[in-house]
Structure formats: structure tokens, C-alpha cells
Design a protein. Structure first.
Length: 267
């Protein structure tokens, strides 16, 4: 092996998700217009912009909640624009919601266990007969759910009704539910809303640990101190268009971003 070969830089990671020309219109209103971006594994990519800029619309387009008017989205090189949300989830995309999607009457543990369906190996027949594999799947789902609730600091709340928990804790149950799918890419839609300072600091630590596992994270968040402290890459929307992207330092000092959104430099 030559010295040049031995010291060659490792190739850059391939993006997990790629969007090209992503556009969504509602009647005569264009919510997202011709947006391109890539999301890489093991990195936190933040999507920022003022209210109404199209951030949550993009989350919904990527996850299959909305269908794009035009443009393409690929996940692991496979086109997913036009796919159903459950199909996209099975391909490895997890998400949280601005308003946590919890189930009435279900505990935090049960809510998190539901997300393990992607990994179950038992068919309908086996489940109906309670075959040994079904019991093993259920035990594995329970343990995984307990582990993820412990990861977000809610092990002691596992048996509490999820919707009875404080709003901040409901968001963490929603995060545990998304993580229980063992996603390759995780979309976080304003996860810090309703959290106090200590909870937000813990959330930042959780997100860093998630990215360190190799998961690609797309973060939509209005807490700019949080975004600037955690993001590896940021892109900025204004009225549905991407107006800037780069590192936190680059975006925080971009004159157009300052004028339209930040209001002051965030180096």
C-alpha cells in the first residue's frame, strides 16, 4: 500500500435523504417552492425560518402526511414522494409532531410499544393464536419501549397515562415512540416547545446521542440558541423558498438571514 493511499481521506458519507425541486401548493397558495436539500447520517440538520415559512409542510411532505405537488424525495436512494406514511416509516423514517400524537387511555409504555410494529415478525395468524414467537415479539417490544423511555428520562412514568403527563413529558413520550421504530432518519418538529430550561438542555443531549448513533436528524425549532448549539448544518426558509444554508456560523452571520429572521448576528 502506498503512502498516498494510506493517508487518503475517507469518502464523505452518502446522504440518507435527498429532496429535489420540492414544491407544495394549496389551491393558489404555494407553501413550499422548488426546495433542494440533503440530509446526512450522524448529523443534525436544522430547518429554520419565520412562522409560515413552510417548515412543517416540508416535514409533512417528507413523512408522507402530505403529497408534493412536484419534485422528488429519495430515502436510501428509493423514491418515496407519493408513498403512504406507513410505507415511509417502514423504510426507516421516524418523526415527532408539533402536537404529540398520543392515544387516549394508553400508558406511556403502551404508546411507545405500538411503534415496535415495524420490527414484529409475527403475522396475524400467529398473533391470534398467541404463538411463542408472538410472545417473544411482545416481550422484545416491551423491553425496547422501556429502554427508550429510560433514554428520555421517563422510566418512572412508563405506567402513567401518556395524555395525563405534563406537556413537556408528552413531547418526550412522542420522542421515545419515534425512537422505538429505530429510524435511520428522525424528523423533529419543534421538540423543545413546552419544555423548561433543564428539559431543553436534556433534549439537546438526547439529540446529540441520537446523531452519534449514526441517525440523520432533521430539526425544526424556533429556539435559536438550541439550534446554534447543536446543528451541524442549517438551511433557512422564507415564504416557502430556501434563502440560505451553511454552518451555524455562516447562517448566523448571513445578512439576508439576519434581515429576514434572526434580527442580529448569531456567530
Amino acid at each position: 500500500m502506498t503512502t498516498a493511499t494510506a493517508t487518503a481521506a475517507a469518502p464523505a458519507a452518502e446522504p440518507i435523504l435527498v429532496a429535489r425541486g420540492l414544491t407544495k401548493t394549496f389551491g393558489g397558495f404555494t407553501a413550499v417552492e422548488d426546495v433542494d436539500f440533503e440530509i446526512l447520517p450522524g448529523r443534525v440538520t436544522a430547518l429554520i425560518g419565520p412562522n409560515g415559512a413552510g417548515k412543517s409542510t416540508i416535514i409533512n411532505l417528507l413523512s408522507g402526511t402530505l403529497l408534493p405537488t412536484s419534485g422528488t424525495v429519495t430515502l436510501h436512494g428509493r423514491r418515496i414522494d407519493g408513498s403512504h406514511a406507513y410505507e415511509i416509516a417502514r423504510l426507516g423514517l421516524g418523526r415527532t409532531f408539533q402536537t404529540p400524537k398520543l392515544f387516549a387511555g394508553m400508558t406511556a409504555l403502551e404508546t411507545t410499544m405500538v411503534a415496535r410494529e415495524r420490527h414484529a415478525r409475527t403475522g396475524l395468524f400467529g398473533a391470534a393464536l398467541r404463538l411463542p414467537r408472538m410472545r417473544r415479539d411482545e416481550a422484545a417490544a416491551r423491553q425496547a419501549a422501556l429502554d427508550w423511555l429510560g433514554f428520555v428520562g421517563l422510566a418512572d412514568a412508563a405506567d402513567q397515562i401518556a395524555m395525563s403527563l405534563p406537556v413537556g413529558h408528552q413531547r418526550l413520550v412522542d420522542l421515545a415512540r419515534a425512537l422505538a421504530t429505530e429510524p435511520d432518519i428522525l424528523l423533529l418538529d419543534e421538540p423543545a416547545a413546552g419544555l423548561d430550561g433543564s428539559e431543553t438542555r436534556a433534549l439537546v443531549d438526547y439529540i446529540r446521542q441520537i446523531a452519534a448513533l449514526g441517525v440523520a436528524v432533521l430539526l425544526v425549532e424556533h429556539d435559536m440558541s438550541m439550534v446554534m448549539s447543536i446543528a451541524d448544518h442549517i438551511f433557512v426558509l422564507e415564504q416557502g423558498r430556501k434563502i440560505a444554508e451553511g454552518t451555524p456560523a455562516e447562517v448566523g452571520n448571513d445578512p439576508l438571514v439576519i434581515a429576514t429572521y434572526l434580527g442580529s448576528a448569531h456567530a
